[in-house]
Design a protein around this ligand. Structure first.
Ligand code: NAD
Length: 482
C-alpha cells in the first residue's frame, strides 16, 4: 500500500475556533522513520484562560439543552467519525506508528463509542421515591457535574479521548481536553467531527501544551468541576492531589495495569499461545490492558513458551503502510530505553532471554519482540508496568499459588486466565483482583461495558452505564404542596 499523506491542520480549538499561529510548537515525529512530520502549537496561559471561560459559557448553554437535542448532535459527530475514519486512521498511523488496519479499527470503534453515549445520555434516569408526607414528591435527579478537564495519552489517541468526551458531553458537561502532544492531528480530526456536527462553541475545547503546566492551570481553576485522566499511576496521584486541594473535584482515573495471564495445564496450549503472541506484540505492548506477566502451569510451561516464541519470532515488524506487517514500532524513543532497562534488569535477576532483547537496526523506534523465561518475582518487570514488547514468563504449581502471585501488586486493571475447566474458571474469576477479567478471552472492553481498574489502577469506570454516571451528580428534591 502506498503511504498516504500526513496533512491535517492541527491547532488548539477554543470557543469554536482553531488557533495555530504565534505560539511555541513541539515537533511531531513519525515513530516508523523518526522524521518530523509536523508541529503542534502549545497553549499559552491566555489560551488556557480562554478555554476555561469558553467551557464555563459552553456548560451554561449545553446543560440547558434537552437530552434529545444533545443526543442528535453527538450522534451526528459519530456518523462523521465513521465517514472520516480513513483520514483519522491514517493520521493516527503516521503519528503513533500503529498499523493502518489498527488505526482504521480504532477510528470506527471510537465512533461506535460516541454513538453509544449519544443514546445513553437520554437514559440519565433519576427516580421518584415514596416518602413520609402526603402531597409531596421525593425526586432524585441526575444532573451534569459541570465543566470537565480531561487529559488523554498517546497510545489510543482517538479512542480514549472519544470515550471521555462522549460520556461527558452526553451527561450535559462541557470539556477542556488536553490530548497528547505526540499524536495531535488524529485527535484534532475527531474534535473537528464534533464541530461540524453543530456542537455549540465552548462545549468542547482542545488544547496541547506542557502537560504539567496545563494540568495545574486547568485543575486549580474554579471553573473545572471534574477531572478525567488516563496515564501513569504517579501522574494520576499528582493530579488527584491537585483536584482534592482545589475544590475536591470529582475524578475518573484510568492509571495503567500489569495484567497477569494465567494459563492452566488444561487449556488449549497451541491456540492460546498463538493468540497471545499475536495480541501482545501488535501495538508493541503499549496498552494498559496488555497481557503482561505470564504465569504458565508447570506441566505445559515448556510447550507454551516454545509455541509462543515460535509465533513471536515469525512476526514481521514494519511501518503502518508496508504490506504484510504484523506489528508496529514503539510510539516514542523513551520507551525503547525503558524496554532495554527492563530486559537488563531481568537478566541480572537470573532470567533467561529466549527471544529479542534489542532494538532493530533500521530507522524508527522498533524493538524486537522479546521473551524472558524463568523470571523471578523480584525482577522489575514483574513489578512495574513495562508498556512495551517484552514478555516475562514464570511457572506455577497450583491455582491457589498463582492467584496469590497475580494479586500481589497494587495494580488491578485487567487480568486473563485460560482453562478448560468450569470449576477453575469460577475459582479464577472469583479470586482475581482486577477491574476487567477475561476468562478464555482477550476481549475485555467495549462501549457497553465498564472499563476501569481497582487498587491503584484507577478510580471509577469509563464506558458502560458507569461511564455516564462519572459525569453526573445526584440532586435530591423534596417537593411539597405550598
Ligand atoms: P508519562 O507518565 O510521562 O505520561 C503518561 C501520560 O500522562 C502522557 O500522555 C503525558 O502527556 C501525561 N502527563 C504526564 N505528566 C502530566 C501532568 N503533570 N499533567 C497532565 N498530564 C501529564 O509516561 P509516558 O512515557 O508518556 O508513558 C509511559 C507510562 O505511562 C507507562 O508506563 C504507563 O504506565 C503510562 N501510560 C498509561 C496509559 C494508559 O492507557 N493507562 C497510556 C499511556 C501511558
Amino acid at each position: 500500500m502506498q503511504p498516504r499523506s500526513y496533512d491535517f491542520p492541527t491547532g488548539l480549538f477554543i470557543n469554536g475556533e482553531w488557533r495555530c499561529e504565534g505560539r511555541d510548537t513541539q515537533p511531531v515525529v513519525n515513530p516508523a522513520n523518526e522524521q518530523v512530520i509536523g508541529h503542534v502549537p502549545l497553549a499559552t496561559q491566555a489560551d488556557l484562560d480562554d478555554a476555561l471561560a469558553a467551557a464555563a459559557a459552553g456548560f451554561a448553554t449545553w446543560s440547558r439543552m434537552s437530552a434529545a437535542a444533545r443526543a442528535a448532535i453527538i450522534e451526528k459527530a459519530a456518523a462523521l467519525m465513521h465517514e472520516r475514519a480513513e483520514l483519522i486512521g491514517t493520521l493516527m498511523s503516521f503519528e503513533h506508528g500503529k498499523l493502518l488496519a489498527d488505526g482504521l479499527q480504532e477510528a470506527h470503534s471510537s465512533a461506535d463509542i460516541v454513538k453509544w453515549f449519544a443514546e445513553e445520555g437520554r437514559r440519565a434516569y433519576g427516580r421518584i421515591v415514596p416518602g413520609p408526607l402526603a402531597n409531596s414528591r421525593q425526586l432524585v435527579m441526575k444532573v451534569p457535574v459541570g465543566p470537565v478537564a480531561a487529559f488523554t495519552p498517546w497510545n489510543f489517541p482517538v479512542r480514549i479521548p472519544a470515550r471521555t468526551v462522549a460520556a461527558a458531553l452526553a451527561a450535559g458537561c462541557s470539556v477542556v481536553l488536553k490530548a497528547a502532544e505526540e499524536t495531535p492531528a488524529c485527535t484534532a480530526a475527531m474534535v473537528r467531527c464534533f464541530q461540524d456536527a453543530g456542537l455549540p462553541p465552548g462545549v468542547l475545547n482542545l488544547v496541547f501544551g506542557v502537560p504539567a503546566q496545563v494540568s495545574e492551570h486547568l485543575i486549580t481553576s474554579d471553573v473545572i468541576k471534574a477531572v478525567a485522566f488516563t496515564g501513569s499511576i504517579p501522574v494520576g496521584k499528582h493530579l488527584a492531589g491537585l483536584a482534592a486541594a482545589n475544590g475536591l473535584k470529582k475524578l475518573v482515573m484510568e492509571l495503567g495495569g500489569h495484567a497477569p495471564v494465567i494459563v492452566c495445564d488444561d487449556a488449549d496450549v497451541e491456540r492460546v499461545a498463538t493468540m497471545l503472541a499475536k495480541a501482545k506484540f501488535r501495538q508493541a505492548g503499549q496498552a494498559c490492558i496488555s497481557p503482561t506477566r505470564f504465569y504458565i502451569q508447570e506441566a505445559v510451561y515448556e510447550a507454551f513458551v516454545e509455541r509462543f516464541v515460535q509465533v513471536a519470532s515469525g512476526l514481521r515488524l514494519g511501518s503502518a503502510f508496508e504490506v504484510d506487517v504484523d506489528a508496529s514500532p514503539m510510539a516514542n524513543a523513551r520507551r525503547l530505553a525503558a524496554a532495554d532497562a527492563f530486559v537488563k534488569d531481568a537478566l541480572e535477576h537470573g532470567a533467561r532471554l529466549a527471544l529479542g532483547g534489542h532494538r532493530l537496526e533500521r530507522p524508527g523506534y522498533f524493538y524486537a519482540p522479546t521473551v524472558l523465561v524463568d523470571v523471578p518475582e523480584t525482577a522489575r518487570i514483574m513489578n512495574e508496568e513495562p508498556f512495551g514488547p517484552v514478555v516475562p514468563f514464570s511457572s506455577f504449581k497450583t491455582v491457589e499459588e498463582v492467584l496469590a502471585r497475580a494479586n500481589r501488586l497494587n495494580y488491578g486493571l485487567a487480568a486473563y486466565a485460560f482453562t478448560g475447566s468450569d470449576r477453575r474458571a469460577l475459582e479464577l474469576s472469583n479470586g482475581l483482583e482486577a477491574g476487567m477479567i477475561g476468562i478464555n478471552s482477550m476481549l475485555v472492553s467495549g462501549p457497553e461495558v465498564p472499563f476501569g481498574g481497582v487498587k491503584e489502577s484507577g478510580i471509577g469506570s469509563e464506558n458502560g452505564v458507569e461511564g455516564l454516571q462519572a459525569y453526573l451528580v445526584t440532586k435530591f428534591v423534596q417537593q411539597a404542596v405550598s
